[in-house]
Design a protein around this ligand. Structure first.
Ligand code: PRP
Ligand code: URA
Length: 210
């Protein structure tokens, strides 16, 4: 794991190997989905590494002992559509998590985020929230989603993506400097259409075969 100023790059060799396979344009939607699911599971370990725990008394078959469990409930919030591609991988490791959904897409001509759906668990405010979306490009979608979560009272949140552009990191930091960004790679730049270079193309289209 490496990183500065609230950006943590999960540079684990297994994650990097799967990311390289995922970027390959020959990966079809089935392979893309499988790899994304696996990377999301692997990233959970690093993303949750310093979450607080609380003591819990457990009766083993031999005696009582005090174990540790997560101090707070967990809420997973994918940004639709592409965030859904990471959700099952995270839920495999955190199966008790509740799920919220935020629908946001980028207007193709302005690149501005358009919010079209919001559904969050009512008691989300005090939970650990993982906001997930494979791509952080201009940062517009991520920023809009974080603002919505803040309005819902969320106090503890982390943004988890796969590939981040420097422009998106800067935009998120400007609006929400306290929210840590976890990613598997920081790529070079955006192109004139707002796609990440070298990137992996349109994540939603590659996940869903559209
Ligand atoms: C993609 C991606 C992010 C967004 C990132 O979604 O999944 O949500 O673009 O770009 P930004 O940082 O410039 O906002 P898209 O708008 O393609 O919608 P989709 O997931 O519904 O296809
Ligand atoms: N959204 C994507 O899916 N890919 C990009 O490169 C940028 C935004």
């Amino acid at each position: 794991m490496s990183g500065t100023s609230n950006v943590i790059v999960v540079d684990h060799p297994v994650v990097q190997t799967k990311l390289a396979e995922l970027r390959d344009y020959t990966a079809d939607h089935r392979k893309f989905r499988t790899l994304l699911d696996e990377i999301a599971s692997l990233m959970v370990y690093e993303v949750t590494r310093d979450w607080p725990t609380k003591p819990k008394v457990v009766q083993t078959p031999l005696e009582k002992m005090t174990g540790k469990v997560l101090a707070r409930d967990v809420t997973l919030v994918p940004i639709l559509r592409a965030g859904l591609g990471m959700a099952d991988g995270v839920l495999k490791i955190l199966p008790d998590a509740r799920m919220g959904h935020l629908g946001v897409y980028r207007d193709h001509s302005t690149l501005e985020p358009v919010s079209y759906y919001q559904k969050l668990p009512p008691d989300i405010a005090d939970t650990e929230v993982l906001l997930i979306d494979p791509m952080l490009a201009t940062g517009g979608s991520g920023s809009a989603a974080i603002s919505f979560l803040k309005k819902a009272g969320v106090k503890h949140m982390r943004f988890v993506c796969l590939v981040a552009a420097p422009e998106g990191i800067a935009a998120l930091h400007e609006m929400h400097p306290e929210v840590p960004i976890y990613c598997a790679a920081v790529d070079r730049q955006l192109n004139e259409k707002g796609y990440i270079l070298p990137g992996l193309g349109d994540a939603g289209d590659r996940i869903f075969g559209t």
